[in-house]
Structures are given as C-alpha cells and as structure tokens.
Write a protein that binds this ligand. Structure first.
Ligand code: NDP
Length: 476
C-alpha cells in the first residue's frame, strides 16, 4: 500500500489467476501439493549474475533513504498527535502548523508514546493475522515467473481472514460490549508507536536475514550501501518455509487493520456522542468497500511492482504496516473527535455521487485494460481501437485509455477526495490523504512513463501524440 497498490488492471482476477495456475501446471509440472512451495525447477544456488550490483539510486540514494526512514514514522505520529481525545486544536488551516508543533511537544514524552499493553495488543493483532493465514483455507495461486526460473505459489485467503475476523469481532462485541474497540481508539498513539518499533525491528531482521544463505535479491536493492539497501529492500521474496512475508504484509495486518481502526473510531463516536454521524458512516462505508474490493481481488497483487520487482525492506514494511493503517484512518479519527460534523442530505448525495463517479472510472478503466490484456478480441473490448507496437504488446487508443494515459489514477484520486469532504473544511488533517495521494500518483505516473518509454521506444512517442493527456482529460 507501500504504495499499497490495491488494484491493478495488470493484476489478474481470481478466475484468471486460477486459469493461470492451471495452464502453468500443464506447461511445467503438475502440482498436487496444495501448500505454497517453490513449484518449478529447483535452482539451489542462483548464479552470481542473477544478483548484480545496483548502480542507480532512487529516492536520492542513501541520503533520501535516511531521511525517509527517520521522517516517515514522525509524519505518521505527528499527523495523529494533532487530533487528541480533547479535540483538534486548529480551527483554521493557517494555525494548524503552529498547533502541530505545540501538540507534539508534550506528547513526545516517552510515557505518552510507549505502553506495554498497546505493544501486546499490536503484537497480538499481528499474531492473529499470521494464525489466520496459516489456518484458514484458501486457493493456491502461482505468482509471475522469477528471473531465476522459479515460480512461487501463494496462499490466497485474505478475504476469508477479513470475514472470519469480522465474525469474531461481532461475537466479542455482542458478549463483552465495545471495550476492545474503545481500547483501540483510546490508545491509538501508543499503538502507532508499537507499530513503529515493530516496523524498524522487522525491516532490520529482513535486511540481516537477506545475507543468510543464497537468496534471490531485488535488482534495485543490492547497492552494497547498508542504509539504502535496508530502505529499498534487499531480498526479493523473503519466506519462512512457505510463509511469504511480503505477500502476507501487503494486504493483511495493515489493510484489515485499517478497517478495524475505522470501526473502532466509529464505535468511539457512537459511545461518546450517542450517535453516528452521516459523515462518519460515509467515510467508513467508502473505505470498507475499498478494503473489501482489494482483499476479494487478492490474486491481483501478485503481478504488482511491489511483489514482482521491489525488495522487501523498510519502504514496503513501513508502507504496509505503518502508513496505510495509520494515515488512511485520519478521516475516521478526526470525525470521532469532532462528532458535530454533519453533512446533511445534499452533502451526502454530493459525496455519494463523487465517490460513485471515481469508482466507476477507476473500476471500468482498470477492467477495460485487464480484459484487453487478457484477450484483445473479447466481446467487451473488441470494438476498441488500438495500435500495434514493435515490442509486441498492443496499446489501446480509444475507450478509457484513449482519454488519458492514466485515467484510472484520476478515478482513484476522485475517491480519495470523496473520503475527505465529509469531514468539512475546519481542519486540514482530513485532506492529508488526497494531497499525499496526488503526489504519489504523479510520481507513479512518471515511473510508469519511464518504464513504457523504455519498453516501447518510438511507439510510445506515437501513443503519446495520439493520447496527449496524462491523467486528467483536457487538463493535464
Ligand atoms: P496501471 O494500471 O496504470 O498500468 C500501467 C501499465 O499499463 C503500463 O505499464 C503498461 O504496461 C500498460 N498500459 C499503459 N497504457 C496502455 C494502453 N493504452 N493500452 C494497454 N495497456 C497500457 O498500473 P498501476 O499499478 O500504477 O495502477 C493500477 C491501479 O492501482 C490504479 O487504479 C491506481 O490508482 C491504483 N493504485 C492505488 C494505490 C493506493 O495506495 N491506493 C497506489 C498505487 C496505485 P504493459 O504495456 O507493459 O502491459
């Protein structure tokens, strides 16, 4: 999430993933063993050139990696410290920076940050997710082929984990009341701090473990500079037996945790104010749809850059376990502290319409490309115009992908705005997500342009001439 890329047209649907497992099994080896394992030829020790040195840096190299490693947790903590159970201090956009500084000071006290109970709660949540991953049933799906010739198998039961967790939570609330959820809402800051400690510990462990034995390393994470490699991620697919740490962290503790935190804040509002506002209900509903959608389509994550290309290091660990659950919940947390924020019917309809528009663009653009990449002659896409390229892949030049080169980003961003508008305009905090997300999407756009220019060469220039808008039609 670190980009936490929840949906990609390049990623397959469950049915397509099963089809891919089946055809891959036919092509390579039958796999009667339902447990995830290395499925194809057993390459015991990758030849040295499979792990070449990384010679180019991203994120401004070791200096950028150091700055981001230190500041990411501070930003997460700072954003959440600003709104306390006593309310959000800044009444205007202008005064918010001063207020943040003022509020940070007393809160930085160790006792306000570290609480053994919160640490146990956080570790308990992580252990719960591990147990569910191991115990609950799920499909086994083959990942994309790795550069050492292997293909890994992945257990897909994120959606089952979500459903089972929700059932258990309902039972707990039914028999013991909302205390567990209130504990989470009331101890949010020490829980974040526990997640920060866990993130550093896990990233360090992953970095050190990457030197043990012969591992397949990420092409971008083998520079030899310890800080940079720790940040980017050295090992490509760290596993304990058949337990894939990267796939596990992508969608489970952080993403399901996001929803759990949202529900905790909704409960907090209900218990303290005696009602749930329309604004809170909308925010939690929108985000729940997004999380459910991502977990239901879990196989799609296997073809994302996060899984296929990036090493598993601090960048992804912090993104998955820290950034997503503790910054994507800012709107719900804000509303739990500010129960007077109501939308009214007109506001509700406006925000519903904006979210529906964003979702429509996001889903149909992604699905259109997904369908086209699976079968360009299929009934849903055969009417679309496309151009041939020397690289072999066709590029759509009509439909959604004829309107802008990344119209799917536009839809996703519209949804992020719809999640913030219910919070009103009294405070900038709820708008952190759309602002950050815009930066992320523009950065991602340029990374993808670079990739496509490298892959398609002059054909990409022709495509850009035919489809001049980048993300927003007629604007940019
Ligand atoms: P995209 O869906 O944007 O796919 C980009 C790839 O599509 C290109 O590399 C190219 O691959 C192919 N492509 C580009 N143009 C065309 C065309 N005209 N016709 C056919 N294929 C084309 O990938 P992302 O993973 O960046 O985004 C997927 C979704 O995930 C988006 O909706 C995005 O908003 C979302 N996302 C969400 C995040 C979050 O935190 N919530 C974070 C990041 C992404 P090739 O030609 O090689 O097949």
């Amino acid at each position: 999430m670190a980009t936490t890329a929840f949906d990609s047209p390049a990623r397959n649907t469950r049915a397509q993933a099963r089809k891919r497992v089946a055809s891959a099994d036919r092509a390579i080896t039958p796999s009667p063993d339902p447990q995830p394992r290395i499925a194809t030829r057993d390459v015991k020790s990758p030849v040295p050139e499979l792990n070449p040195r990384t010679h180019s840096y991203e994120f401004a190299g070791p200096i950028g990696a150091t700055i981001l490693s230190v500041t990411m947790p501070m930003i997460v903590l700072g954003l959440n410290v600003l709104c306390t159970p006593d309310g959000c201090p800044a009444a205007s956009w202008v005064s918010s920076t001063t207020a943040l500084a003022a509020h940070l000071q007393p809160r930085v006290a160790w006792s306000a940050l570290f609480d053994p109970g919160a640490l146990v709660a956080y570790l308990g949540w992580f252990a719960w997710c591990v147990a569910m991953y191991r115990l609950l049933p799920g499909d086994t799906v083959r990942g994309t082929p790795l550069r050492n010739g292997q293909t890994l198998l992945y257990k897909i039961n994120g959606f089952n984990t979500l459903v089972f967790t929700v059932i258990c939570l309902l039972l707990v609330v039914n028999f013991h009341g909302p205390d567990l959820l209130l504990y989470i809402a009331d101890n949010f800051v020490p829980i974040i701090f526990s997640a920060i400690l866990f993130t550093y510990a896990m990233s360090l462990g992953l970095y050190l473990a990457s030197f043990k034995g012969t591992k397949l390393l990420a092409l971008g994470g083998n520079s030899g500079n310890p800080i940079y490699d720790f940040f980017i991620g050295r090992e490509l697919n760290p596993r304990i037996g058949n337990f894939d740490l990267k796939q596990f962290c992508e969608l489970r503790p952080g993403l399901i945790g996001w929803l759990l935190l949202d529900v905790a804040f909704l409960t907090k509002q209900y218990v303290t104010a005696g009602y749930v506002t329309d604004a809170m209900a909308l925010v939690v509903m929108f985000q729940a749809i997004y999380v459910i959608d991502a977990l239901y389509n879990e196989p799609k994550v296997l073809t994302t850059m996060d899984i296929t290309t990036d090493g598993f290091g601090y960048m992804l660990v912090a993104g998955d376990l820290l950034w997503v659950p503790f910054t994507y919940t800012l709107q719900a947390r804000y509303l739990s502290q500010m129960p007077a924020t109501h939308l009214g019917w007109l506001g509700v309809l406006g925000v519903l319409a904006l979210n529906a528009l964003g979702y429509y663009i996001f889903r149909s653009a992604n699905s259109e490309k997904d369908a086209f990449r699976s079968d360009p002659t299929g009934p849903r896409v055969k009417h679309l115009r496309y151009m041939e390229t020397a690289a072999g892949s066709k590029l759509l030049i009509s439909g959604w992908w004829g309107r802008a080169r990344h119209i799917n980003y536009f839809g996703d961003w519209l949804m992020s705005v719809a999640w913030s508008l219910p919070c009103g305009f009294a405070h900038p905090i709820p708008y952190f997500y759309p602002v950050y997300f815009a930066v992320l999407l523009v950065h991602r756009f340029y990374r993808d342009e670079h990739k496509c220019k490298t892959k398609y060469g002059k054909d990409w220039d022709k495509y850009c001439a035919l489809v001049p808008y980048r993300i927003v039609p007629y604007v940019w």
